[in-house]
Design a protein. Sequence first.
Length: 317
Amino acid sequence: MDSASISLPVRKPFGLFATAVSHGWYQTRPFRWDARGERLQRAERLMDGRVMLLNIREARSARRGYADVVIDIMGDGASDPGVASELGRRACVMLRLNEDLRGFHEICRRQPELSGALRFGAGRCMRGSTLWEDVVKTILGTNVLWKQAVVMINRLAELGDPCPADPTLRAWPTPGQVTRAGERFLRDTVRAGYRSPYIRELAHRQKSGDIDLDALDAAATKLSSDELFKRLCAIKGIGKSSAHFLMNLLGRYHHISVDSATYAYAKRAFFKGKNPTEMQIRRRFEQFGKWQSLTYWFGRWTPKLEWWEDASGRATR
């Protein structure tokens, strides 16, 4: 089986662990966090249908002020021209390696509750390689305990093509694969409940070209926050809180995703046990401008697995 490697520089502070466990995506296929090897694994499908295994690790860089992210690739034709560069591009997307977070890290230096985030190189929110993946996972993570969401997501992920280099992993399913599986599969096997028709319709629309999530992904940095929010909310199954969460994955941090877990945390941490309003929560963070949601999120963050669990037990969506 062929192999290849590519090394990508990323400005410090950066931590692969902090990025991978920034939220719960690392528990969902096709990702897998290897705690013993301190690496992030993923099965990734190329446009021609080949599935590659990515082993992503952090390494020292010869360049001052930078770390290296090394991607070891295994699969049929992994050493072919263009494969490593394309998978490197996708890794940059998933780990947000090209993002300039200096403004956020300046806030970290002034806010005691963010000192841990600065020390461990946190600040990047890991996402899937496509907006299609992120939207489907977000829909399945809505109005449910996160542990249940993980089960649903991983059941759906079984539709993806197997990874020859590691048969325990599969690539994220394509819209066509989800469309062919049908709504009954979503209801009876994934147990997605009311979310089933939303996912089936989204898959059909993406496959047919009626909606283009790749184009929306590419345009995200150029659209105003209001326009991006509007377009995300137009997707069936995506409400206000879910849209704000997706905006975080797309690098837009102007608004906190306020849901049941946010209320529960804010009640304990900021309002002395009293129930806050959404406006009260937002006012607390508006001073941080375009870094509001990162300031909230990584103020909660701790360097351990499943750090986000709280009394509500619900997913932060």
